[in-house]
Design a protein around this ligand. Sequence first.
Ligand code: ADP
Length: 485
Amino acid sequence: YLNQYLSGSYFKTNRTLHLRKLNLMVQNGETIPIDLTITQIKDEESCVLGYVFAFRDIQYRISAEIKMSKMLKLENLLRESSQRLITFQIDEALLSMLTQLGKMLSLDRILIVQQTPSLKSQVVACWQKRGNPKKIDLDQELAELGQQDFTASFKKQPITIITPSANQKTKYLTAILAPLVISDKLQGLAIFQYKKIQTISDEDINAIQLTSSIISSALKRQEYESNLAALNQSKNDFVSIASHQLRTPLTSIHWMVELLRKRIDKLPDKEREYLDLIDSAVDRMIILVNDLLCVSRIEKGTAELENEQVDFVEIIETAINDTKGQLQEMDSSIEFINNTTDSRSKVAAHKKSLQQIIMNLLSNAIKYSPDHSIIKLELNSKDNLIQFSCQDQGIGIPEAQQSRIFEKFFRAENTARTETQGSGLGLYICKSFIEAMQGRIWFESQENQGTTFFISLPRLEPEKEPNMPEVIIAEDEKTLQLALE
Ligand code: ADP
């Protein structure tokens, strides 16, 4: 290897040659990393007398460099993993973290074991250097490690290194056990394994300790999330059952009031007024109960919104018709500008839900506007979208509360001054429905000036005229031919 330098032209122009990170084989067959400096010695007539070889043992420097790069990699891994474990799906983030750590520490297998509430141990994650993990007999594995009842025996130990005795038949000759403390209780074990007998450095222990504490936090998060999901589920069930149960008696009251009204012609004014009050209260309750049912279906994921071809103009006209009573009461009016041609106003939507959305926006516009207002509706066709807008000159939405307007049960503070009835569910339902239909909803508003709500939905291409059947006329008599044509 050196000959190429010594016999080549290198030393004609240079006096010293520096070679870095070579491997020098020493007598016992081991190799030592070295830096080599070769200096040429010449006499006064520039005749080469010889060379000085200076070998510098760089073992310590190299191992320090390796340690340093390992530490840097570890720091990165821990930083990334703790972020991923907070924001990503836990199983996925956990496996990616174990894969990286396994490679970094040249491990053969990592097992994350957790004790379930019924005190049964189970593997929640497993990484293996080669091949897919086979079915693990955890009881046997824990028995081999002497950890059948690890929560009892592990109380105070931080990290334990186990090297099974030679007579034990096990694939893994070194195991590092790290406790996983979840909700202040020892509930899991991280097991890091090598197939051979391995010396473990302090840095490796450090890495394992840090990783284990990150895994503990992730499992804690999982525990909280599953508790939260269970609570959410029971809340949903309650809302769903309560609204179902309320709907039937409310509908009966509604029909009974209608019957009473029809049957009793000469009802004194006062009684008629009471009947009207009962009727409108029942109507409001039916709307609220229906909204609650809608929300519980959305949250359960059972709101089936299959898109069909819907004529947007027809939906708007129906909504205008349905709000006639409300409009008359407030002496307000609606202006509808349709800038689309009929064939361009077809959208892919769930008809009943789109009806509900438009109705909600329209009745909000009337409700949150003073008497004698004009509500402007507009339908436009933009690129491949149909855009609907509903503009009012009402109370507007205070800027500080605009970001919360689509939240469930949220009502802006200025509605309190208007003595309007509402549950704050309408816009939440609108947003959930419109997004399920691949559409978008947004608004622009200024307090005391007015609000415009916008909706956009994908436009359906107008259907092509079907091919007309062809008729061949076989008639050589000209007049008859014309008549047939
Ligand atoms: P509700 O009208 O039953 O209170 P919504 O979910 O339909 O519930 O609306 C939520 C809130 O948004 C309302 O309480 C009101 O504060 C505000 N809001 C909605 N539409 C308008 C509008 N056109 N003008 C002013 N405020 C509005």
